[in-house]
Design a protein around this ligand. Structure first.
Ligand SMILES: *[C@@H]1O[C@H](CO)[C@@H](O)[C@H](O)[C@H]1NC(C)=O
Ligand SMILES: *[C@@H]1O[C@H](CO)[C@@H](O)[C@H](O)[C@H]1NC(C)=O
Ligand SMILES: *[C@@H]1O[C@H](CO)[C@@H](O)[C@H](O)[C@H]1NC(C)=O
Ligand SMILES: *[C@@H]1O[C@H](CO)[C@@H](O)[C@H](O)[C@H]1NC(C)=O
Ligand SMILES: *[C@@H]1O[C@H](CO)[C@@H](O)[C@H](O)[C@H]1NC(C)=O
Length: 419
């Protein structure tokens, strides 16, 4: 009995969604004007979800280690293969946790959740691994109470295209996961500048944890104040990037207690970084994690090593900080904290001397080439003197005199003049 009705609805939804541009505004309506949001199928989800998701109360997080986890209203679309997010405009109003992962969405539309309903209970949004390429400024409305937003493993481009208020509307956001979230086709220094604008525009005053792992970040860029728009920040995760130092300000984040810099490209921390950390740790309990960085154990690392040995800053797993390279090779694999100053040697041929000698040899080569070319030119002039005289007769006198005056090849000048 209900089948024709459902079929008709399906046709309606399909019509609606083909007509709609990328700016979906609301959940499709039935013929008599009611929203299809209330019409569910046997998955518990509204019919717009095509029976591919699960909706209902269940434990979250769903882990054997947390048997006492609270039951929450979860909408779970995992590996559903959707190619757009239009069904999310029909998200059940009581949703507390939205898991929407493993789809191929591309650019997000404006008003992903529609713009007519308030999702007062929605606290967690996991949008990982959806091939999201772009998030427009007004993608998320009505998300006042979302505490955790997960955008890991996407291809988000945030360049000049729009100076976006990407996270605007997430007024209560405490945890932002952006692990491997950005496209690799844009140089990280550009998106970090954009990210700073985004933080500035988005008003994330309550953000406590920020994950930026695996983003190929090799420098924080021109603005050391990048994280200063996040005054409540407590944990900053920058592991698995390519940073070679810690080159951003800490003092503007009074609550910061942990910075993760594991598996970056740090050969040693600079003295600037060390003094930034020391000054900051005086006002708060501060932990930094530097495991698996390629420390180079030569004489230049000594100030870092002696700091490691003496500082009151907590260096997590500091027994695991080891030489990746060293002078000599016997230091490779040695624990930094066990090194003595007399074990650390300077490179035998310091780089600046090499540079100097190579530049002197470059000058010598250049002078030789110059002399050679000059000699050839003079020889040509000498052997072609008859032709030259015929062709440039009016200038001949002048040229010979000029060569004579300028004192080039002084033995040859008289010969030319003598012709
Ligand atoms: C969204 O995807 C569905 C299939 O999952 C498709 O039928 C529909 O046309 C798409 N809508 C838009 C606006 O691209
Ligand atoms: C969501 O669904 C996937 C696959 O159906 C399942 O593996 C996962 O545990 C579910 N997540 C939760 C929190 O229930
Ligand atoms: C990114 O740009 C900087 C400077 O503009 C350059 O030094 C660096 O090599 C670039 N990195 C990549 C991966 O293109
Ligand atoms: C750095 O960022 C702050 C705010 O985050 C901004 O006020 C300042 O103009 C920026 N400076 C540069 C050089 O971009
Ligand atoms: C740091 O931690 C210790 C104990 O872990 C505590 O007594 C002290 O008050 C803390 N200091 C600050 C500035 O939070």
């Amino acid at each position: 009995m209900a089948w024709p009705y459902v079929g008709l609805l399906c046709v309606l939804i399909c019509l609606q969604s083909t007509q709609a541009s990328t700016d979906v505004t609301d959940c499709p309506k039935t013929l008599d004007g009611k929203s299809t949001q209330e019409i569910t199928d046997n998955t518990g989800c509204p019919i717009a979800f095509d029976g591919k998701c699960k909706c209902g109360l269940s434990r979250y997080p769903n882990s054997p280690h947390l048997p006492d986890a609270k039951k929450r209203y979860i909408v779970n679309c995992t590996n559903t293969g959707f190619t757009n997010a239009s069904m999310l405009t029909c998200l059940p109003i009581e949703t507390e946790v939205l898991i929407f992962t493993g789809n191929r969405i591309g650019p997000l539309p404006k008003n992903v959740l529609g713009n007519t309903k308030d999702y007062d209970d929605l606290e967690i949004m996991d949008l990982s691994n959806n091939g999201i390429t772009f998030i427009p400024g007004k993608a998320f409305h009505k998300v006042f109470n979302v505490r955790t937003l997960i955008l890991n493993h996407n291809d988000i481009e945030i360049s000049e295209r729009e100076r976006p208020r990407v996270f605007y509307g997430f007024e209560s956001l405490e945890n932002l996961h952006l692990t491997n979230a950005f496209t690799e086709s844009v140089n990280s220094s550009f998106y970090l500048l954009s990210l700073e604008d985004i933080f500035f525009e988005s008003d994330l005053r309550l953000l406590v944890k920020l994950h930026l792992e695996q983003n190929e970040i090799y420098t924080i860029g021109r603005n050391a104040s990048i994280f200063c728009q996040l005054p409540s920040l407590n944990h900053l995760y920058l592991g698995d990037n390519r940073l070679s130092d810690m080159d951003f300000r800490l003092d503007c984040m009074p609550g910061l207690t942990y910075v993760d810099l594991q598996r970056n490209n740090i050969n040693r921390l600079s003295s600037e970084a060390i003094s930034t950390i020391e000054q900051f740790s005086r006002q708060s309990n501060f932990t930094i994690e530097l495991r698996k960085n390629p420390f180079i154990c030569d004489c230049y690392i000594w100030s870092f090593v002696s700091w490691l040995k003496s500082t009151k800053v907590v260096l997590r797993d500091s027994d695991d900080y080891k030489c990746a390279e060293g002078i000599s090779d016997t230091l490779i694999g040695k624990t930094l904290k066990n090194l003595d100053k007399n074990q650390l040697q300077c490179p035998t041929r310091p780089v600046h001397i090499e540079e100097k000698s190579s530049s002197t040899s470059a000058v010598a080569t250049l002078s030789f080439i110059l002399a050679f070319v000059t000699a050839i030119l003079l020889a040509i002039v000498y052997y072609q003197r008859m032709k030259i005289r015929n062709h440039v007769m009016p200038y001949y006198e002048y040229v010979t005199r000029k060569i004579g005056y300028s004192g080039l090849a002084s033995e040859e000048a008289p010969k030319v003049v003598a012709v």
